[in-house]
Design a protein. Structure first.
Length: 364
């Protein structure tokens, strides 16, 4: 357990970065520090491993005041992941991952062997072990950074905006990966981000920091969205917090509506009237896009499949949330969100009205 008790950080020029912080991070949870730039979230996290010293107050880890612990010894027991991975460019991947175990006294041979297993755990091919960081993609570098932090099996993991430097697709993949790892390893994680969507997606609890390093609210994501503590928190979350809150509502039991599904070879034989749509599938059976009567005529006239169809919306799986179901329906040109099975093939369509009706029932 990590506990901040009246912790303040004030710099010599009088600037207060963190103001009288009282906060407990329970064991085995993923706690997110979120807020605008300059709100003290990173400063608070970096005080945990004594990279920044508090001006006043007490910070304890598992009941021990960290000010009494040697900083180097403390840091060797805490994993740390930073923006852009922070890998040592002159070392191969395997030696980057093995860094902390070697510093703690393990033989390099034993540490390298263990590093291969950690690379697999974070979803990387062990064949990448012999590459240098510059030979990896941004997403791969971040995974190596996570692997390095986990290599010595620390009970605590600090993550300072680790996914901010990658593109949105890779970022979502990494978010899913950290949730998978946490479900498996149950580390005590403090994760810093400025992105409220990321915070509510991955956090067990979310701490919202405001200007002047003041903790404005510390709550479960569901409560944060449904009951913001003040105007600052409500404004930071944004006007669409009701939509965000749908991710905590299950979509089990949503009715599935029939879809008209066609392969490209069957497009020219379609007989669609105004307002009717058909879902075009790829050769593997997964959705490609939607086509209406005008698109059928274009295809018959020799236009390409791309020019004849309209891109489909996001896809929905029956075990997803109401947010994903509603997004699928709203982003579909036909008004029917495409539901797919585990293999990615369409099994039916969902309507926005059905999602709203399900929400009403869940609210009671």
């Amino acid at each position: 357990m990590i506990e901040f008790a009246g912790v303040t950080k004030q710099y010599p020029d009088g600037t207060v970065a963190v103001d009288n912080l009282d906060l407990v991070v329970p064991d085995g949870t993923l706690t997110v520090f979120v807020g605008p730039s300059g709100c003290g979230k990173t400063t608070s996290m970096r005080m945990i491993n004594r990279m920044i010293e508090p001006t006043s107050g007490t910070l304890t880890v598992d009941g021990s005041d960290i000010s009494t612990v040697d900083p180097v010894k403390l840091r060797l027991g805490i994993g740390y992941v930073i923006q852009s991975a922070g890998l040592m460019p002159h070392q191969r991947v395997i030696d980057n991952v093995a860094t902390v175990p070697v510093l703690k006294g393990e033989s390099r041979r034993k540490a390298r062997k263990a590093a291969l297993g950690v690379l697999e755990r974070v979803g990387l091919d062990p064949e990448l072990a012999q590459r240098y960081p510059a030979q990896l993609s941004g997403g791969q570098q971040q995974r190596v950074g996570v692997a390095r932090a986990l290599a010595a099996d620390p009970p605590i993991l600090l993550m300072d905006e680790p996914f901010s430097a990658v593109d949105p697709v890779v970022r979502e993949e990494l978010q899913t990966e950290i949730l998978r790892l946490q479900a498996e390893l149950h580390k005590t994680i403090v994760f810093v981000t400025h992105d409220i969507d990321e915070a509510v997606k991955i956090g067990d609890r979310v701490a919202v920091f405001g200007r002047g390093g003041v903790l404005e609210q510390y709550d479960a994501p569901e409560r944060l969205l449904s009951n913001p503590a003040n105007d600052f928190v409500a404004g930071f979350i944004g006007a669409d917090r009701g939509y965000r809150g749908l991710q905590f509502r299950h979509a089990t039991g949503l009715p599935m509506h029939d879809l008209r599904v066609v392969a490209e070879s069957g497009i020219d034989g379609l007989d669609l009237t105004a307002g009717q749509w058909a879902l075009v599938t790829k050769p593997d059976g997964s959705p490609y896009g939607w086509i209406d009567a005008a698109g059928v005529e274009l295809h018959r006239s020799g236009n390409s499949l791309y020019d004849s169809t309209t891109a489909g919306g996001s896809l929905f799986r029956p075990d997803d949330s109401l947010r994903q179901a509603l997004d699928a329906a709203l982003s579909s040109p036909s008004g029917l969100g495409v539901a797919v099975d585990t293999g990615g093939e369409p099994i039916g369509g969902v309507l926005a009205t059905d999602v709203l009706e399900a929400l009403q029932k869940q609210r009671g």
